[in-house]
Write a protein that binds this ligand. Structure first.
Ligand SMILES: Cc1ncc(COP(=O)(O)O)c(C=O)c1O
Length: 392
């Protein structure tokens, strides 16, 4: 049994999330308020007992640990030969965008989506081409607008599609059939598919996560998938990620990009911690998923007694909860700012994720139940006292 109940003060630890003032409670940026599994910490300690920290290569054992994890956790066989090390998923995305497209090209994304996608695209001089997800407010459910997606992929300047599976912030996995359809469309229009699967292990029950690498070989000619222990095991500052590229030519191109961008070498803890996570982290993850499920139940019970009308639009993936606040405001940023000022609770306003994100707030539920309870109480106070401005 691991302890997922302890509340620890993370201010003054260089935490980006906790750099605010004393009364603030940030349930925002996607890292967790849980201690890393002791098995992983032990592996890091062991590494430090031999203090010779020269340049390192990534050993085969690193890729084998990932391959075995995918076999046991996701029943997916992934050859270690398909894998490249990269020191982060976002660095990998930016590098692949630079290698696989030209300035001025378009990158297709399904909005609302992880806002850093926009930075990776636009900071490299490419254009974001949104294919907004369809939203059914009655079911609080998102789906793909296939006609729109095809039209966007068919545009001559569309060179890459960035897929998020499971999708942050809407908390959905894409089904095998949906993935096949997306890839077939990408193949038809000669678009590279980059699939960000960093949240793949954080799925509660069914439907399960389908890695793109699990699809038939004929569908894997234009695909690169990004994974990392950073979300699953709360190791964001470890800077360890892996990009899976089945096609050898595409892999060579991407590998050159990583080398060129100096992203292909690990820091001293990346290899031992990643291997320990994938080899010994299974029980910790199982317990984490139980805690996240219970936290979700706490949120559902809270919603049921809430005097205002809020809907949870998250499906069963990620610990990021996506609240439809459209009954209260058309500008979630205004509501988030109000809640922060009134109560100190920090949530992400959905505006930054584009699409229909301005009708949503995102709450990071990966925290001890007591902290969540405190956050929901503050959330409720903010909601009850909120009066939207006349402009919205
Ligand atoms: C979809 C997605 N991709 C990538 C990242 C960050 O990846 P990394 O820290 O490896 O750059 C996040 C973090 O929240 C994310 O949600």
């Amino acid at each position: 049994m691991y302890d997922f109940t302890k509340v620890v003060d993370r201010s003054h630890t260089n935490s980006v999330k906790w750099q605010g003032t004393d009364n603030e409670l940030p349930l925002s940026i996607a890292d967790m308020e849980f201690a890393v599994a002791p098995e992983i910490v032990k592996a890091m300690h062991t590494k430090l007992t031999t203090p010779y920290f020269g340049y390192e290569y990534v050993p085969l054992a690193f890729f084998q640990a990932i391959s075995e994890w995918y076999q046991t956790q996701h029943q997916t066989q992934i050859s270690t030969a398909w894998m490249l090390f990269c020191n982060g998923v976002v660095p990998a995305l930016s590098s692949m965008i630079r290698r696989l497209s030209q300035p001025g090209d378009q990158v297709v994304v399904q909005t609302p989506v992880y806002d850093i996608f926009f930075h990776s695209i636009e900071n490299n001089g490419r254009h974001v081409l949104e294919s907004p997800l369809s939203y059914d407010p009655h079911q609080a459910h998102y789906s793909i607008d296939w006609a729109d997606l095809e039209a966007k992929l068919a545009q001559p300047l569309s060179k890459i599609m960035l897929l998020c599976n499971p999708h942050n912030p809407i908390g959905r996995v894409w089904s095998r059939v949906e993935l096949q359809n997306i890839i077939q469309l990408c193949q038809q229009y000669h678009v590279w598919l980059i699939s960000d699967e960093i949240h793949g292990d954080l799925v509660l029950g069914q439907p399960a996560y389908t890695p793109v690498a699990a699809l038939p070989p004929a569908l894997l000619t234009n695909v690169a998938a990004c994974i990392s222990p950073s979300k699953t095991f709360n190791l964001a500052a470890l800077h360890s990620a892996c990009v899976i590229v089945p096609d050898p030519d595409l892999r060579a191109t991407i590998s050159r990009g990583f080398n060129n961008d100096e992203l292909a070498e690990p820091n001293l803890l990346a290899v031992p911690a990643t291997i320990a996570a994938y080899q010994q982290g299974q029980t910790w993850l199982q317990e984490l998923l139980q805690v996240l499920t219970a936290n979700r139940q706490q949120v559902t019970a809270w919603l049921n007694q809430l005097p205002v009308n809020l809907q949870l639009a998250s499906a069963n993936a990620t610990y990021l909860l996506w609240f439809d606040v459209s009954s209260m405001t058309a500008n979630a940023q205004e509501l988030a700012t109000f809640i922060k000022q009134q109560t100190g609770l920090i949530l992400n306003a959905g505006n930054v994720y584009r699409g229909n994100g301005a009708h949503f707030l995102r709450l990071n539920s990966a925290c001890p139940p007591a902290m969540l309870k405190q956050a929901l109480s503050r959330f409720q106070t903010g909601l009850i006292n909120f009066v939207p401005s006349k402009n919205h």
